[in-house]
Ligand binder design. Sequence first.
Ligand SMILES: NC(=O)c1ccc[n+]([C@@H]2O[C@H](COP(=O)([O-])OP(=O)(O)OC[C@H]3O[C@@H](n4cnc5c(N)ncnc54)[C@H](OP(=O)(O)O)[C@@H]3O)[C@@H](O)[C@H]2O)c1
Length: 277
Amino acid sequence: MSGRLLLIGGTGFLGSFVATRLASRELLVLVRPTSDRRVLPPHVEVRVGELSRPLPLEGVETLVYCASMGFGQVPALVQQLDSAGVRRAIFVSTTAIYTSLPAPSRAVRLQAEEAVQTSSLNWTIVRPTMIYGTRRDRNISRLLRFLHRWPVFPQCGNALWQPVHVEDVADAIVSLLGTPATYRRAYNLPGARPLRFADLVRTAARAVGRRVLLVPVPLAAATLGARLTRAVSEEQMRRLAEDKAFPFTEASADFGYSPRCFEEGARAEARLLGLAP
Ligand SMILES: NC(=O)c1ccc[n+]([C@@H]2O[C@H](COP(=O)([O-])OP(=O)(O)OC[C@H]3O[C@@H](n4cnc5c(N)ncnc54)[C@H](OP(=O)(O)O)[C@@H]3O)[C@@H](O)[C@H]2O)c1
């Protein structure tokens, strides 16, 4: 790969893992004035900017986009990339686009994907499932801490989940960067195998050396609880009951994607959080 590589979202949870892996290349990271630069590898070059304004794209040949595609800025960004002569671009979307629920962000994400797919870029779109790993995740780290402390957990439905470890997503992005077979293609990036919600919670409990009693909660009650407490959105609560299992045959064939299973990832995270038995 020649030319500069611009990473957008490099100070985010996933983006910081991508930044670490790309630090030895000609890397530039877009930061906002308010971004926490301490999460970036030392000595990495930054450009200050903001997605809602024209971006500093001089000398950039490749883009890795790890910010959300759900905020409406992607179509304008794609136009900027085309006019600036950027050739290669990786976009991180989400398997949430497959939801059958009327989620408000879905239409924006689909428009963003369409703008990318109809551009003249050598694009690749990746769609991770729920990403976990390290204390920076906003899901499994909380679950592990909770289960370490409490022996009871609410169970709302028993849908399929297939969370993916952040390092597997970051490794996938780096592998496909220089792989022409991935040009103009979109890939799901889930964990190794789907597991039922109850198995996911029990696996997480084992990782922190605990047993857990699952207490069934009807979806209607959980949705009402979400509305009253605002702890999670009603959309997130309804998504709980939806199966979230995805194949990744094409990713394996085209760039050797081989993610870890949840048991292994949860054990590693428990060790990292100091919660392992
Ligand atoms: N986390 C998950 O479970 C999950 C699951 C599936 C897909 N994804 C997708 O994976 C990607 C990364 O997720 P994440 O959890 O790592 O996100 P994150 O931690 O929220 O990070 C978002 C990044 O985008 C930057 N950003 C946000 N708005 C910006 C703007 N207007 N201009 C410039 N930069 C901006 C943030 O900068 P600051 O540091 O300045 O805030 C940060 O670096 C997203 O596309 C997300 O939809 C995430």
